[in-house]
Structure formats: C-alpha cells, structure tokens
Write a protein that binds this ligand. Structure first.
Ligand SMILES: C[S@@+](CC[C@H](N)C(=O)[O-])C[C@H]1O[C@@H](n2cnc3c(N)ncnc32)[C@H](O)[C@@H]1O
Length: 269
C-alpha cells in the first residue's frame, strides 16, 4: 500500500482539505474588483470543492475547478450535481502547473490553500498570463503574522512548510510578479476548526486503528496531530491569509521600479 493512501483517506472524508469557510470565501469574493456578471473563473487546487460551490452560488459565472486528485474531482462532480450547479461548475482533473488554457481567458483565478503546493512565485507567474487584462487572483496562504515567531512554531514550520513568508513579504512578491494588492485579511479562528481540524480530530482515531500495524501511516497521522497542537498553542504567530490581487497593466508593471529590479530593465525594453 502507498503510504500516502492514509493521507488521502483522511482528507477525502473532510468537508474541506484545508482551513477555510464559506464566510471567508464570500468576503474575499466581495472584494474582487471589476468582476463581470458572466465571469469565467478558475478554481485551482479545488479539492472536493467546498469553495467552488460558494463561488458558483455567489456569481452567475462558470467555474472551472481543477485538481490533480481523481477522487476529489469525482466528489465535487457529485456535489455540484446535488446542488443543481452542474451546468456552471466544470470539474477537471489536471495539473495546475500545466493548465491547457489559452492566455487571457479567466476573469478570476481562485486558489484556497493550494498555491503553496506549486510555490507562490510559480503560481503567481504561471497564472498571470491566464488572466484577462483586469482579471483578479485570490489565494489563501499560510503566512507568518509576526517577524519573530516562537521557537517551537518556527521549528515545526521550518520542516512542514519552509517557504512560509510574512504577510508583508507575500504582498511584495505579488507586486514583483505584476499584481496590485487590492486587500488582504486573515481567516478567523473558526475557519481552522469547524470544517477542518474538528472533523479531522474525529477521523484520526479511526484511521489510527485501521493502520495500527503500519508505522509509516501512523507517523503521518501523528504529524497531523502535531500540526493541530502547534496551531492550538501558537495561532497568534501564524495564520491563513486571503490575498485579493488584480493583474497589473503590463506597461505600468514593466516600467515600474519593481519590474526593473526583478527582471532587469534592459530585457523589457
Ligand atoms: C490543501 S488542499 C486545498 C483544497 C481546497 N481548495 C480547500 O481549501 O479545501 C490542496 C489541493 O491542491 C491539490 N493539488 C496539489 N498539487 C496540485 C497540482 N499540481 N495540480 C492540481 N492540483 C493540485 C491537491 O490535490 C489538493 O486537493
């Protein structure tokens, strides 16, 4: 058996595969500028699609929901049908680093708790060209809320997510990659517990019993429990942050000091 099976078994049964909430999705959606009524939206790394359903309910547009894990996509297909949204939600199994879409085709790209899997810069760079000229990108990302986090939290995340940055640094990276930062806000505490850690705490003992003779699976489950413990004790120092960005006009971006510093002014003239 593949040791990662236990991870998928754990996550498939949860209402969502990362921290978040319908309220937070709606709040971020309300901040998106210039969104047309018939918006074409990409939900990148949709998981089983908790936020996909909210996006479809909150707009009149079409949502293309992409994930590389087959059973997540299948679950979303079923949920979209159950909610009567199958005509406006199009689930697709695909790798979000190699999306088969033409340039400039999306009004909005959404990615809750998933951009980290491909790297923040990779996501920002690759998705920018898929956006229409005034298109927006909304993503949520685990971020440091303080400059000097407690040693135990820093040690845990230095292994679990070494690329984690502060909110200020993520804003700066967004500017460097050709976006304007419309706003950002922190996911409230309930968004970690209600649809994520609480159901996970119910599920963990069941899986521990099922995988009792598999030390690798038990280790993976123990790491999840440790993450919950770290969040419980150090949630003042890190959190999930929603970033609402709008694609910067190419000419403005290219002639900005930021672009000169990042790519070299000569290359763009
Ligand atoms: C932490 S989960 C978040 C899922 C969902 N957005 C949510 O908030 O519940 C990250 C998701 O990204 C997907 N993923 C990771 N790498 C991917 C890739 N290269 N292409 C497409 N999906 C990917 C995983 O399968 C997983 O469903």
């Amino acid at each position: 058996m593949n040791p990662m099976d236990v991870v998928f078994e754990l996550f498939e049964e949860l209402p969502r595969q990362g921290p978040g909430s319908a309220e937070a999705t709606r709040r971020a959606l309300a901040c998106v500028p210039d969104l047309p009524d018939d918006a074409v939206i990409l939900d990148a790394g949709c998981g089983t699609g908790a936020q996909t359903l909210v996006l479809a309910q909150g707009t009149k547009g079409r949502v293309l929901a992409v994930d590389q894990h087959e059973s997540f996509v299948a679950k979303l297909t079923q949920q979209a049908a159950d909610a009567g949204l199958h005509e406006r939600i199009l689930p697709l199994r695909a790798d979000m680093t190699r999306l088969p879409f033409p340039e400039g085709c999306f009004d909005l790209i959404w990615s809750e708790g998933a951009i980290y899997t491909i790297g923040l810069r990779t996501g920002l760079k690759g998705w920018r060209r898929l956006l229409k000229p005034r298109g927006s990108l909304v993503f949520s990302e685990l971020s440091w809320l303080v400059d000097a986090p407690p040693a135990e939290a820093a040690a845990f995340w230095s292994t679990a997510y070494p690329a984690m940055q502060t909110v200020e640094r993520n804003r700066a990276i967004a500017l460097e990659e050709g976006y304007r930062v419309v706003t950002q806000f922190q996911l409230p505490d309930e968004g970690w517990w209600q649809s994520y850690y609480e159901p996970m705490l119910v599920r963990l003992p069941v899986l521990r019993e099922r995988y009792a003779s598999d030390p690798v699976a038990l280790q993976l489950l123990a790491e999840q429990e440790r993450e919950i413990d770290i969040y419980r004790r150090y949630s003042q120092s890190f959190g999930y942050v929603f970033y609402v960005l709008q694609r910067q006009n190419d000419r403005v971006w290219r002639t900005s000091g930021i672009h000169r510093r990042v790519v070299g002014f000569e290359e763009t003239n």
